[in-house]
Write a protein that binds this ligand. Structure first.
Ligand SMILES: Cc1ncc(COP(=O)(O)O)c(C=O)c1O
Length: 475
């Protein structure tokens, strides 16, 4: 093996990463991100063997003629399966069910999801928005992850070393803390999310400047509609965010990685706010403000247990000199992201990838959206109802964060009068209403998250009434 050089093995052990090494994306990678790659192992050889071999002994999946292990089975060469499995999956080929999916995900699903991403940009072909056309060219082929959580984990691990900071608003999904601080050992630079019921651009800017003192890259995580608040920025707020990012980029000339958690993307209930993901705005920028879109079937297609998510990286035209380099760059990124999959979960659930792939074939987009719109409308009515009732409460102990979509509202409780945890406990014990308390006084948070996604509209008045009664008990 010793004189087995890289070159005379047709470069089978590693990629050269010639293009990615020159990009700001690479300079923002963590040590792990720089180190990791996918050598061409079992899946490489089995992929080749499928095409080139007459006798294929590459992959650890049991195959046989169906009639040898199932009474009355066909004479086809199929992956072996327990007959009863079929009872649960009608209309699905056994090979789309029991075998491994490829490491980065089913190719057809990835293609479909990319088209879906373009569809979600609200690109209107009739108006020939040229900038958006580039979207197709300058975003990577989405890699399939085990849900959005796994896409968030993967992208945090790709950029964050233990000493690094990621900027996230103080009101955030608690699992970000699990991933960033507890798992990766990196740090969160938090900032107060709102000021005067608007996105706190100054706080955001200050957070960026603080982090720049410690590291030569910025990693930011934004999510709209937000969990736990339901916040979505207005168009003006989006523009302010962008202006600030641009200013920082021009003053410091460092890569700015913006992870966009789009878990709740389609649930926008107000026309006063930005109607599509901020990912699309960031992708249009020439600067090294690099958006990474993290989305999935979980909430978007209402298949929470399917565990299919996607990570898609926005590339910049100026990084490459021609289409050939662009294709190589995409392959290099694919290799790195695939390496994360291979070394953690190997590959994602095949069956749900098949379902997702079939659901979002391009010719079905409008139909799917139409069907989902019924659900969006149900949630929108609850959103309107709960906000109306909360506004009427007019209680000095309580303020509601700005919200315009997603599954939640967040009620802040005056920390000098009530502890959110005590309140949630009392509300549950005394009034049988379950909510999630978030109490982190260091980060100036003391409130409850109400998931109206799971409360029928007819029960919302009663829920709010009981919250009012529980509040009185603390006075
Ligand atoms: C903001 C946010 N991101 C990501 C997720 C996780 O999505 P998934 O279930 O696909 O991992 C959730 C789910 O609660 C969420 O609220």
């Amino acid at each position: 093996m010793e004189n087995f050089s890289k070159k005379n093995t047709l470069n089978l052990f590693t990629m050269d990463f010639d293009i990615i090494n020159k990009t700001p994306l690479y300079s923002a990678f963590s040590e792990l991100g720089k180190r990791i790659f996918l050598p061409e192992g079992i899946f490489f050889w089995s992929g080749r063997a499928k095409v080139e071999a007459e006798l294929n002994g590459t992959i650890g999946v049991a195959y046989s003629f169906e009639n040898k292990f199932i009474d009355g089975g066909s004479s086809n060469w199929v992956p072996c399966y327990i007959e009863d499995v079929k009872n649960y999956f009608q209309n699905t080929e056994i090979s789309d069910l029991v075998t491994y999916a490829s490491i980065p995900g089913l190719q057809k699903l990835r293609e479909n999801w990319k088209k879906w991403i373009i569809k979600k940009s609200l690109y209107d072909e009739s108006t020939q928005q040229k900038e958006i056309i580039k979207l197709d060219k300058y975003i990577t082929n989405p890699i399939v992850t085990a849900g959005v959580t796994n896409a968030i984990f993967l992208s945090c691990a790709l950029f964050l070393d233990r000493s690094n900071y990621i900027i996230i608003p103080n009101k955030r999904w608690g699992n970000y803390d699990n991933i960033v601080t507890r798992y990766l050992g990196a740090k969160i630079q938090s900032f107060e999310f709102f000021i005067d019921k608007k996105f706190n651009v100054k706080g955001f800017n200050d957070a960026m400047k603080t982090v720049i003192d410690n590291q030569n890259k910025l990693v930011i995580l934004l999510s709209f509609p937000n969990n736990p608040t339901g916040f979505i920025p207005t168009r003006e707020e989006v523009n302010e965010i962008i202006d600030n990012l641009k200013e920082i980029n021009s003053d410091y000339d460092i890569p700015i990685i913006t992870l966009i958690d789009d878990a709740y993307e389609p649930y926008v209930f107000s026309n006063q706010v930005n109607q599509c993901s901020i990912f699309y705005d960031l992708q249009q920028l020439e600067e090294n403000i690099i958006p990474i879109k993290l989305d999935g079937i979980t909430k978007e297609l209402l298949m929470y247990g399917g565990r299919v998510g996607f990570a898609t990286i926005g590339l910049k035209k100026k990084w490459i000199s021609d289409d050939k380099e662009l294709e190589t760059l995409k392959k290099e990124i694919d290799n790195k992201l695939s390496a994360f999959n291979r070394s953690t979960l190997s590959n994602c659930n095949h069956y749900y990838q098949t379902v997702a792939m079939k659901l979002i074939e391009e010719n079905k987009f409008n139909d799917i959206i139409k069907k989902r719109d019924k659900i969006v409308e149900i949630l929108k009515q609850r959103y309107e109802m709960i906000n109306n009732l909360l506004n009427k409460m007019n209680d000095p102990l309580l303020t509601v964060d700005p919200n315009a979509g997603g599954f939640f509202v967040f009620i802040n409780l005056d920390p000098t009068a009530i502890s959110a945890i005590d309140f949630a406990d009392h509300l549950l014990k005394q009034y049988k209403v379950g909510v999630i308390p978030i109490q982190n006084l260091e980060e100036n948070i003391n409130g409850i998250r109400i998931a109206y996604s799971s409360i029928d509209i007819d029960d919302i008045p009663e829920t709010i009434k009981r919250i009012g009664l529980a509040l009185k008990d603390f006075k």
